[in-house]
Design a protein around this ligand. Structure first.
Ligand SMILES: C[S@@+](CC[C@H](N)C(=O)[O-])C[C@H]1O[C@@H](n2cnc3c(N)ncnc32)[C@H](O)[C@@H]1O
Length: 347
């Protein structure tokens, strides 16, 4: 069975990198076909756990807007006859809406939605009592057009896009400037390949933005910060999200000695003006962080972290015994590019 994904185009690499990471750690075998930026097919997913895996993708992904079960794909000239060949009772219950999205294809989407919607409606018997309902339909049919080819799909599970709005830092009960967007935090958690039930640490936890995202996908959490106000604020924010499986500590990264080695570290160390480094230079704090975190990680644990473009992490990684696996650049403004790195022990 196949899935059709519509992804964010706000970054050229992160949406696909995040998808790859989630498929890998959730053990979901599929062929990934990127048709064009923002449009991805996942082909040959196993039938047995298709819906479980489909649901899990919608629970985890941040840089994907929609995930649909692909019903069929077709050339433009065969689209109508292919639509008539489908038993729509298998996909539509009570009422439905058709929405068309185009990628590099010059069609009038509104007319197309009306025409194809009628075609589907007319394929039902009167007794089926199926209606078109444009707002909050029970069944949502997504049709995507790309270069003369059409992809017809049905949405079974929705991504919770509202969560990424509602969880913006200033909307949480404890706020302090310098927290990253929940979308990027979730993406970093996914890049760390954490699984439900695994232990994830953020040793510069601040207001807990990263921990919230990891907690919501089922990780056990440890957060620590040199500032006790942040440590307490993280707990307030986690409680607000009904996340219970966490521990928080008030500790300087240089003194961190975990009671148990962790499965992943995801963190946004301090740099720049809005976050305090306690008077320590950025180079120094990053190097000390690498030294201290190494022994707190399991041998196969991944570290996903943010850093400013002007810091060269490579010599520090070499010295401590880490290896860079993946690297992504996010332009923040004219003078700052944020680097997202995925790092593992070089053993
Ligand atoms: C960029 S903020 C982290 C933001 C966080 N991701 C959030 O969502 O709020 C960096 C944090 O590192 C903490 N910090 C600075 N120096 C530290 C040190 N030596 N050890 C531990 N934490 C430190 C600061 O108190 C601050 O809360």
């Amino acid at each position: 069975m196949n899935l059709l994904l519509i992804q964010s185009q706000e970054h050229d690499k992160l949406p696909i990198a995040e998808l790859n990471a989630v498929l890998e750690c959730e053990n979901i075998a599929a062929n990934i076909i990127e048709i064009t930026p923002g449009l991805v097919l996942l082909k040959n997913l196993k039938n047995e756990d298709f819906y479980k895996n489909y649901k899990r993708l919608t629970e985890r992904l941040a840089y994907t807007h929609e995930v649909h079960e692909l019903i069929f794909e077709s050339e433009k000239q065969d689209l109508k006859s292919n639509i008539l060949d489908i038993n729509w009772n298998d996909f539509i219950k009570d009422n439905f809406a058709v929405r068309v999205k185009r990628f590099n294809e010059d069609i009038d989407t509104v007319t197309c939605e009306k025409d194809l919607g009628f075609l589907i409606l007319n394929s039902f018997n009167k007794e089926d009592n199926i209606k078109v309902k444009l707002k909050n339909p029970d069944s949502f049919i997504r049709i995507v057009a790309h270069e003369n080819r059409f992809y017809v799909a049905v949405e079974k599970y929705k991504l919770n896009k509202k969560h990424f709005q509602d969880m913006k830092p200033h909307k949480r009960p404890f706020f302090y400037p310098g927290s990253m967007s929940p979308k990027l935090a979730r993406c970093m958690v996914n890049l760390s390949r954490i699984n439900s039930g695994d232990l994830l640490l953020d040793p510069f936890c601040g207001t807990g933005g990263i921990l919230i995202e990891a907690g919501l996908i089922g990780a056990k959490l440890v957060g620590s910060d040199v500032n006790w106000k942040m440590k307490n604020g993280t707990a307030i924010n986690l409680d607000h999200c009904d996340i219970t499986d966490y521990k928080t500590f008030h500790v300087d990264i240089r003194e961190l000695k975990m009671y148990e080695k962790v499965d992943a570290v995801v963190t946004d160390p301090p740099y720049g003006i809005s976050t305090s480094t306690g008077g320590v230079g950025s180079d120094e704090i990053f190097f000390e962080f690498f030294q201290s975190i190494y022994d707190n990680m399991k041998d196969d644990a991944l570290l996903c972290m943010a850093s400013p473009h002007y810091l060269d992490l490579n010599p520090m990684l070499d010295k401590v015994g880490f290896k860079l696996m993946e690297k992504y650049e996010i332009k923040m403004h004219r003078s700052l590019t944020r680097i997202i790195s995925v790092i593992k022990k070089d053993i």
